[in-house]
Design a binder for this molecule. Structure first.
Ligand code: 6PG
Length: 236
């Protein structure tokens, strides 16, 4: 699979400045073209500064729908919740972006995510079937979204023939997954339909992991699904 070049920045500040401009431009164009836009955001330790920048960006946020790329199967007030993270950086009360509509990815943490996935898929679908922008990260195990290697249910999530845009999986417990092994995630089909996918990676270790990732690895599958709609931003 042809590997698109990585856009490299001298420092993370420059990466997040450019990423904010890039994402804002995508959303602005979508609003001008369709009167609405959809943005899907990953959790993790990397994208926070980008979300902080977007949070104060003047856009017609009331016509923008924001979802998650993936979520741990915990309540939105629980430690580890990506919704809680996003509400603390992007959707801060009183921020410009707080006017956006948010789509939670957990219905009820007491229920079984695999039973709930079809319902979540149903309300994500109108916005995820042609996402304007998807922001993802990559873990040091090479996972992206919640596409953790050797997860139960990963084959279905990555199967390009699946019609599902959202699916549940059970990750194998590692030091990267932490205790949150029950996950819900956008599928490769959702990425294949997305108009813009932005992968943010920082540090020498992740650069090497990405560049050496096999085509059948989670990031390899991201490349295959996103094709030339993928941009990779890297900084030290
Ligand atoms: C999560 C995130 C996940 C994240 C990667 C990379 O639930 O953990 O949504 O998909 O993007 O784990 O995270 P870092 O940015 O911390 O490397």
């Amino acid at each position: 699979m042809e590997r698109l070049p990585i856009t490299e920045f001298d420092m993370s500040e420059a990466l997040f400045d450019e990423a904010s401009e890039h994402v804002s431009g995508i959303l602005k164009s979508a609003l001008e073209a369709k009167g609405k836009a959809s943005l899907f955001c990953a959790g993790g330790s990397t994208p926070g500064p980008l979300y902080e920048r977007l949070s104060s960006t003047k856009l017609n946020w009331k016509h923008i729908t924001i979802g998650l790329t993936d979520e741990r199967w915990v309540g939105f007030q629980a430690a580890g919740s990506n919704e809680a993270f996003l509400r603390s950086v992007l959707l801060k009360l009183g921020s410009e972006a707080s006017a956006a509509r948010f789509l939670p990815m957990v219905t009820d943490p007491l229920l079984d995510p695999s039973d709930e996935a079809a319902h979540i898929d149903a309300y994500y679908r109108p916005h995820a079937r042609e996402a304007d922008c998807v922001i993802v990260g990559m873990g040091t195990d090479g996972h992206t979204l919640s596409w953790f290697p050797e997860s139960e249910g990963l084959m279905e999530v990555l199967d390009s023939r699946t019609s599902r845009l959202v699916s549940a999986l059970e990750a194998r417990l590692t030091n990267v997954t932490g205790i949150h092994t029950r996950r819900v995630t956008l599928t490769a089909a959702a990425i294949a339909h997305a108009k813009n996918v932005l992968l943010l990676i920082t540090g020498a270790e992740k650069r090497e992991i990405y560049l050496s990732s096999a085509d059948n690895s989670p990031t390899g599958m991201l490349r295959a699904a996103a094709a030339n709609r993928l941009k990779v931003y890297w900084s030290p």
